[in-house]
Design a protein around this ligand. Structure first.
Ligand code: PLP
Length: 401
């Protein structure tokens, strides 16, 4: 008899976006004439940059020619042409990352979700609440104990470590999904010290680093002294370069980072992860890696910047409206997420229904990200400029927040 991993029974039944999808579907069926504006799921609307498409096409053609065809990639960890580019990219933040420390993935979600494979089931995991659900679900599946650090209005949705509470694995996300908050260097230093003092590991999700506009805010945890002995960093090309449907990301694992056996023997974390990938992952396709390489070319970076500016315009349209309506929010400035609250709607789902039913605007109820999300609501800046402006106009004219 094949037995179930019963940890799966502990997962919440309805994934947040399934519930949203069902409510929107029912509304659309009942109101076929309404023009629904979707600002809920964090998918992008701009296509791949032209430089990326050109490189992608060229590589696909190479795959159809005997002399240039490539089968399995030897390492499965990424071609050097891409790993070198990522290493160069880090230099812009003053961070030295060796190409061999860069591991190419099919996106940040896989690595965020799979990293648990190399940690003991006995480890305690700390996530902040509200949280990007992947960190929680993957650790529930792995049977680990999960504790939460409160992110809330009082701490600007930037939870800080409590030295009286022990955690072995810490998931941090900055710029944060869902709250849009960004840790300062001093705040990240507190987490780095906390982790180093305990030989704990920080899994730092930097999927939105490119949205940071303020130069003093850290775009990489490796800008913080001590991070190389306690952190891995997971990055994505999804939101910066429109790779949500093309799939490519990268994870940086410093050489000096270790895990420990129960008898306190150090085992290299990067080697362990490579061993795991060797058994379970055959790498990202050659054309996708060539497309990703083009993201880091001068032309690619100029196009990425234009796309980011486009989404930042949306964020500004949203935050200007919220300012005008005197509504409290975080995010928007260094993040594509705007996280707001309304005294009139203390229940996130009530606000979701109000926006859907009265102005046909879809957002994401904050309560879906954890208890501290109750009463909060997430909008994304990934729609078009026109739809974002139209959604804000409808809200301004129709709803009292
Ligand atoms: N990490 C965070 C915080 C995200 O919000 C997302 C996607 O929404 C991901 C990771 C996943 O990104 P990818 O498309 O690279 O898998």
């Amino acid at each position: 008899m094949a037995n179930l991993n019963e940890n799966f029974l502990k997962l919440k039944k309805n994934y947040l976006f399934v519930e949203i999808g069902q409510r929107v579907k029912a509304y659309a069926a009942a109101n076929p004439d309404k023009n629904i504006i979707r600002m809920g799921i964090g998918d992008v609307t701009l296509p791949l940059p032209a430089a990326v498409v050109a490189a992608f096409e060229k590589a696909v053609r190479e795959q159809g020619v005997k002399e240039t065809f490539r089968g399995y990639e030897d390492s499965g960890l990424g071609y050097d042409f891409l790993r070198d580019r990522v290493s160069d990219y880090y230099k812009a933040f003053g961070v030295s990352v060796d190409s061999s420390e860069v591991l190419i993935s099919d996106g940040a979600k896989s690595d965020c979700g799979n990293f648990g494979d190399i940690f003991s089931p006995d480890n305690t995991v700390l996530v902040s609440d509200p949280v990007y659900p992947v960190y929680v679900d993957s650790n529930i599946m792995g049977g680990r104990t999960i504790i939460t650090a409160d992110s809330n209005r009082e701490n600007g949705f930037r939870a800080l470590p409590n030295n009286d509470i022990h955690a072995d694995i810490i998931y941090l996300c900055s710029p944060n999904n869902p709250t849009g908050s960004v840790y300062t260097k001093d705040e990240l230093k507190l987490w780095v010290d906390y982790a180093n003092n305990r030989k704990s590991v920080i899994v730092f999700d930097a999927a939105y680093e490119a949205f940071i506009s303020e130069p003093d805010l850290p775009r990489s945890i490796f800008q913080i002294d001590g991070a190389r002995t306690c952190a891995v960093e997971i990055c994505s090309l999804s939101k910066t370069a429109g790779f949500t449907g093309t799939r490519c990301g990268y994870t940086v694992i410093p050489k000096e980072l270790n895990l420990y056996t129960s008898s306190n023997e150090a085992v290299n974390l990067g080697d362990t992860w490579r061993r795991r990938q060797g058994s379970k992952f055959n790498g990202v396709s050659y054309p996708v890696q060539r497309a990703a390489e083009a993201v880091f070319s001068d032309e690619g970076q100029a196009e990425v910047k234009a796309n980011l500016d486009y989404y930042k315009t949306n964020a500004k349209i949203i935050t200007d409206t919220l300012d005008e309506l005197n509504v409290s929010y975080t995010g928007g400035k260094n993040s594509p997420y705007i996280w707001f609250t309304s005294k009139r709607f203390p229940d996130s789902w009530a606000l979701f229904d109000k926006l859907l039913n009265d102005v046909s605007v879809v957002g994401t109820p904050g309560s879906g990200f954890g208890k501290n999300g109750e009463g909060w609501f997430r909008l994304t800046a990934f729609s078009t400029n026109e739809k974002t402006a139209e959604a804000m106009k409808r809200i301004r004219e129709t709803i009292q927040l």
